[in-house]
Design a protein around this ligand. Structure first.
Ligand code: COA
Length: 405
């Protein structure tokens, strides 16, 4: 039985492996950035090659029984039918392939589908991941393609785009809780600092609070450094049943809790602008399955598509009380060495946000952290990790909790 919800386990002496839904036995990620002259499928080859090389006991052709690939839109590369396209390029034909779509949460939903496949016993070993090639398009086009993940008749039609939508969340948060522009900028300063320690990050550049605050306004109060980057990249994981994990590696990472929820696509239909219901619900489910709570998390990758989104994530995940997210980051509680190290990879802000690849890239970072392969940004002694990936303005939300094997 792979599923054992034994809440009597002891943590720090507790056997978290007993709660494993699935195990990650390998992971790969392309360099994120402006990858001129390459197609998305070539970036996926980079990610898959790393995952295959990292796991010499895996025979990809023979062992992998299904693949789930997240990609947001056909428009970027004028290419659909992503599943077989990718599998052809990584040498996995004729394995069954599926594309998953959940806007910026597309590859987190691929991970969820992989979990379903393994737990159903229909596939022992699966590849899950995502890809997006964006930078060859003009910013105005990218903005329009991304906006397709918000409501058409009431939002897109009236000229709303994601910077504008998240700006409304930010102004509501400022109004209700007194959150400041400095606190928003603190998220950017932290994530740029973390990104400098990640050789695969799109932007490896320290910034100061003054620089972030004086950058040009994109949609007030959000400025250039409050926005995630338009990035090219791909990422993937190999998942299997916990009881098979040691056939492939001595250092698996287990997914011990997982939750996903949906909400209205339109922000205008929500009662609450200052938190994302999907984040709260998915976290509640993931913590319940894991038998843990927010205090147990050592390292987390959260969806910082705009700086306000990271502040909202702290609150929705229970890292701090509602309304205190601004202070939490300002006090340094979310930096490496703080209460919980958040976005050690540099996050979407500095590592970059190739939308379809983001969810699996977050899991890649947690895999590195929990297997002590995160180099200069390693969180010492990290035992439990979390990923929080959101699609659109929280119409999709996925939270996973991970433990060392
Ligand atoms: C913020 C944004 C509009 C800037 O795009 P732009 O105005 O076309 O900027 P450019 O590409 O011309 O870049 C100008 C400079 O700013 C830098 N830059 C671009 N975006 C940046 C960002 N988000 N953060 C920091 N620097 C950024 C570039 O590297 C470049 O620097 P350089 O002059 O030293 O080379 C764009 O990055 C954006 O739309 N981000 C959000 C993406 C998004 O919505 N994702 C989905 C979230 S739900």
């Amino acid at each position: 039985m792979p599923l054992q919800f034994t809440f009597d386990h002891l943590f720090g002496g507790k056997n978290l492996s007993g709660n494993a839904l699935v195990s990650i036995v390998s992971a790969g990620m392309s360099k994120f950035g402006r990858r001129e002259g390459l197609y998305g499928r070539e970036l996926f080859v980079e990610a898959a090659s790393e995952a295959f090389e990292r796991c010499p006991n895996l025979d990809p052709q023979k062992d992998i029984k299904a693949a789930f690939i997240g990609m947001m839109g056909e428009s970027f590369e004028h290419q659909g039918h992503t599943g077989p396209t990718i599998l052809d390029w990584i040498g996995l034909l004729p394995t069954q392939a599926f594309r998953t779509e959940g806007a910026c949460g597309s590859s987190a939903t691929a991970i969820r589908c992989g979990i379903f496949a393994v737990l159903s016993n229909l596939a022992d070993v699966v590849l899950v991941g995502g890809v997006e090639k964006m930078t060859h398009r003009a910013t105005a086009d990218v903005t329009e393609y991304l906006a397709m993940a918000c409501d058409f008749p009431f939002e897109q039609w009236n000229g709303l785009t994601f910077p504008g939508l998240f700006a409304m969340v930010a102004t509501a948060h400022m109004h209700k809780y007194g959150t400041t522009e400095e606190q928003l900028a603190s998220v950017a300063v932290k994530n740029h600092h973390h990104g400098c320690m990640n050789p695969k990050a799109h932007m490896q550049k320290e910034i100061t609070l003054e620089k972030a605050l004086s950058s040009r306004v994109v949609a007030w109060p959000l400025k250039l450094y409050d926005c995630s980057l338009i990035t090219d990249g791909a990422s993937c994981l190999i998942l299997t049943k916990p009881e098979l994990a040691r056939k492939f590696t001595d250092t698996p990472v287990h997914i011990i809790g997982s939750g996903q929820a949906s909400d209205t696509i339109g922000l205008y239909e929500r009662r609450e602008l200052t938190s994302l219901k999907v984040g709260k619900l998915a976290a509640k489910e993931a913590y319940r399955m894991a038998g843990l709570d927010s205090l147990d998390i050592d390292v987390a990758e959260v969806h910082d598509c705009f700086t306000i989104a990271e502040i909202v994530a702290y609150e929705d995940l229970g890292f701090c009380k509602q309304g205190e997210g601004g202070r939490f980051v300002e006090e340094g509680q979310s930096q490496i060495g703080g209460k919980v190290a958040v976005c050690t990879s540099g996050g979407l802000k500095s590592k970059g946000h190739p939308v379809g690849a983001t969810g699996a890239a977050q899991a890649y970072e947690i895999f590195l952290q929990l297997t002590e392969q995160a180099g200069k940004r390693q969180v010492k002694g990290a035992e439990v990790g979390l990923t929080h990936n959101v699609g659109g303005l929280g119409a999709t939300g996925v939270v996973n909790v991970y433990s060392r094997g």
